[in-house]
Ligand binder design. Structure first.
Ligand SMILES: Nc1nc2c(c(=O)[nH]1)N[C@H]1C(S)=C(S)[C@@H](COP(=O)(O)O)O[C@H]1N2
Ligand SMILES: [Mo]
Length: 543
């Protein structure tokens, strides 16, 4: 997105260059009469404007074509994905992992803005260099082609969409600039040029809008998948919240996270639209028999169901990139047993439809922790954003090394043979979750009524389990909190305590001890490379 800032100021400069005293355009500057000089000035800015509109029309048409042709990605998305993949680790971390869902509009919008700016700038030089924009279009299309070809599933559709965008650029720019560059006789020439130009621009914008809608209607990939999802009737349960798990402290996060509130983290610019009929999972690599399995095959097997708390490695201390749901799916170890894992393997490389990948210790998929290929979340088919139709859920590991959404490929292998997406960007190869606890109430900096106050929050150490949670009020000794009753080791536990506070400022600190006997460390570490540590604490006021 850095280019943004560089290109636009130059564009402004270009717009004003013709009028500048230094006279960057000597040929025009030599022309004697005032009106014509003004005409040149106007058309330089207008040429840039024409370039931007032509570029936008091309981008919009290529998007429409991509969607009509049901391409997985449009050319702009392909370029944005390339920018994402080439972004150095620390910046990518910020952009993709921490900005969360805001990174998608940022990346896509930024890519589009840079393209428009470059095209506008190139078009502003058309009077002196008539082929300048064509050359720039050609180079941009070349970049687009490289980006399209490095997609996880490069296809005819995306290349065709790119071609359509390129041709639109060339034709639209000529169409728009004809009145600006052609000879128009008469005293009123400038106004006529302008009027003709504006009329043509309006046609282009209107046409692009109509074709966008047509593209949506013709494609409708996402809508069809949404529909297929709605019509699915899976033999799964909604998951009754176990008695005692929810301790009913007002203001605390619910023990079950509703699907609509569940945090979303992924690098995909848009969730891939995969209909259940099209979904296939390939299990291969160091196995005796390669397996390919379809959706119906999968859900016809015996389904396993469990409460599992999922959390993100980039969750800060006290953060909310953690959620708890009732998952339904098929045990991974059963599928792996069917394929027959060869001796020597220690890892599974999981790949999603959109090309993201992660490496999971084989042991975590075959031991007693019931790692599953989940098809439902809280009794509903997975929402598209959470990996529809099939994702992996592995208790005790951060999502970035285990929880592949839109999963299509499982390769049994060894860690020495690959480096996964986030590992290449400086994150740890293995990602067991760290024992954590959080204060929910009183809220950070909240004001409560002096007297009896309820403290509460949650603590998690998936697949180890929480032994106890302690809190400290205003630096006094640690006291044990009451815990909710949980069905196993794989979920978070709610904690609460009642305290008496006087008027004034207070601070509550929380720490958990897990069932391995490990007390949560007070040492604060950053989320990179393997998850944050440290105690959560909230100041609050009693009034
Ligand atoms: N295909 C794909 N799967 C993915 C990711 C991704 O970027 N792409 N991100 C992972 C990370 S970092 C996390 S924390 C979890 C988040 O799952 P959720 O969005 O359902 O909460 O998904 C994991 N699965
Ligand atoms: Mo994550």
């Amino acid at each position: 997105m850095r280019d943004d800032g560089e290109v636009s100021p130059e564009m402004n400069r270009a717009d004003h260059a013709a009028g500048s005293p230094s006279g960057q355009l000597p040929r025009e500057a030599l022309e004697p009469t005032a009106p014509e000089e003004r005409g040149v000035e106007v058309s330089r800015g207008m040429l840039a404007f024409a370039g931007v509109i032509a570029a936008a029309a091309g981008v919009v048409l290529s998007q429409a074509a991509a969607s009509a042709l049901r391409s997985d990605s449009s050319p702009v998305e392909a370029v944005a994905a390339a920018v994402r993949d080439l972004t150095p680790g620390p910046v990518a971390l910020f952009l993709i992992h921490l900005v969360g869902s805001a990174d998608k509009p940022l990346l896509l919008g930024g890519t589009a803005v840079v393209v428009l700016a470059i095209c506008g700038y190139a078009a502003s030089w058309m009077r002196r260099f008539p082929l300048a924009p064509d050359l720039v279009f050609f180079v941009l299309a070349g970049v687009g082609l490289i980006a399209v070809l490095r997609l996880p599933r490069p296809g005819i559709a995306a290349s065709l969409a790119l071609m359509i965008g390129f041709v639109t650029w060339i034709i639209t720019l000529r169409l728009l600039t004809a009145p600006l560059l052609g000879e128009v006789p008469g005293a009123d020439a400038e106004n006529l040029r302008r009027r003709d130009f504006l009329i043509r621009s309006a046609w282009v914008v209107g046409g692009a809008a109509v074709l966008t809608i047509a593209g949506r209607v013709a494609g409708g990939g996402r809508r069809q998948v949404e529909q297929a999802r709605r019509l699915l009737r899976l033999p799964v349960h909604h998951g009754e919240i176990p008695v005692g798990a929810s301790i009913g402290v007002p203001g605390i996060e619910p023990w079950r996270t509703p699907n609509s509130d569940f945090y979303i983290i992924h690098t995909a610019l848009a969730p891939p639209s995969i209909s259940p009929q099209d979904w296939q999972l390939r299990i291969h690599g160091m196995v005796d028999r390669e397996i390919t399995i379809g959706y119906q095959d999968l859900i016809d097997r015996s389904l396993t169901e469990a409460w599992v708390t999922l959390c993100c490695v980039s969750n800060e201390v006290g953060g909310d990139l953690v959620g708890n749901a009732w998952w339904s799916g098929v045990l991974v170890r059963e599928l792996l047993a069917e394929a027959g894992v060869k001796p020597g393997a220690n890892a599974v490389l999981q790949t999603s439809r959109d090309g993201w990948n992660c490496g999971t210790p084989l042991a975590a998929l075959t031991d007693d922790r019931n790692a599953m290929l989940a098809v439902a979340m809280n009794g509903q088919p997975l929402p598209l954003e959470h990996g529809f139709p099939v994702r992996m859920v592995v208790p005790g590991l951060y999502g970035y090394v285990s929880a592949t959404k839109w999963l299509v490929d499982i390769e049994v292998t060894t860690f020495e043979k690959f480096e996964a997406f986030w590992t290449q960007r400086g994150w740890s190869e293995k990602g067991p979750v760290k024992t954590q606890s959080r204060v929910d109430v009183p809220g950070n900096g909240a004001t409560v009524k002096a007297g009896s106050v309820r403290l509460g929050g949650s603590a998690w150490a998936q697949h180890t389990g929480i032994e106890k949670v302690e809190y400290q009020l205003d630096g006094a000794g640690w006291k044990e909190a009451e815990l909710g009753r949980v069905p196993g080791e794989d979920t978070w536990v709610q904690w609460s305590a009642s305290v008496d506070v006087e008027k004034g400022e207070h601070r509550v600190v929380v720490r958990a001890t897990d069932k391995s006997g490990y007390p949560q460390t007070s040492v604060r570490t950053d989320v990179v490379p393997d998850g944050a540590s440290g105690w959560d604490s909230h100041p609050f006021d009693a009034g």
